[in-house]
Write a protein that binds this ligand. Sequence first.
Ligand code: FES
Ligand SMILES: [Fe+2]
Length: 377
Amino acid sequence: MTSTSLPDSLIATLPGSYYTDPGIFAQEQEHIFEAMWFCVARSCDLTGPGAFKTVDVGRESILVTRARDNSVRAFFNVCRHRGAKLCTEESGEVKRAFQCPYHAWTYDLTGKLVAAPNLTKMPDVGRTEYGLANVATREWLGYVWVCLAETPPSFEEQIVGEVVARLGDVESIERYDMESLEVGRRIVYDVKANWKLIIENFMECYHCATIHPELTEVLPEFADGYAAQYYVGHGVEFGADIKGFTVDGSEGLDRIPGVAEDQDRRYYAITVPPQVFINLVPDHVIFHRMYPVAVDRTIVECDWLYLRDVVDSGRDLSRSVELFDRVNRQDFDACERCQPAMSSRLYAKGGVLVPSEHHIGAFHDWIHERLGTRQPE
Ligand code: FES
Ligand SMILES: [Fe+2]
């Protein structure tokens, strides 16, 4: 029992402060984003040795690159000398080393300290010990994840396990061969809302009939308000007269060859906490990454992935991209509509979840568990 006054049909959400309090956001940065596996890049964005990206993960800036053997490496973007931010660009390429712009300490692509003014006169300075501090990395589905924890949690449990919990097995996603797909389109959304509002929105379909006319046309089942994520292994079937997952239901692009017969003409959505959403349809994959930048602001980067031939041949992707781009804008508008009201005194104790949203309660329990907080009685 979380409340004595609620009717059986309703359960309480988090209190409004969880969406507005910078102190709670700082706790989430520490106990969620800096403690868990966090997706930072599409593998192919790091085109080769020396190509780099800088990404904020929780309160830290992280430098992600490839070493000469092409392996992905990630480091705290902090010079070991006197702490200057090593790379200030969002992305770029170095030839063979990163040089600090302050006193020119120089690190190779594995993070080792390889040069510094007068370094030879300091033979006792360990090149690895005073090299860049490493962060754990993993590549899966054609994306790069990092984990800032000293002892990272199991990637298999946190990330792969979440996909398996939704689809029933790992083969169901591997059939889409996401590593070999190409980014046909990338759209970055700047959403003025707390990251949890975006996750909660993605987890339920109670809103689908109201705000997603195009999506419910293609997936009529969604008009009933039950999220596909509710049932293990269930994919939502396209409407009978729908040819493809496009804004007007017209023909899509070439089907990904590995997609099984029973996955054809179906849509699967997967939430991988804390910041990834994946949508699978027969001819493409839509991959969202969220970057929470403030308690009331989240950057969402969304990739539309297609077969390499489809992208290289320059075929028109616009009707395909437009469907979920519209869905995203409809969803993010809804989240932005909620955000200002989170600080209303009316919302101090939060709102309520109807039965088709009750599974969001498990997400709230998870937040409490990570932060060591408790829903007030
Ligand atoms: S702070 Fe980087 S070399 Fe001095
Ligand atoms: Fe939605």
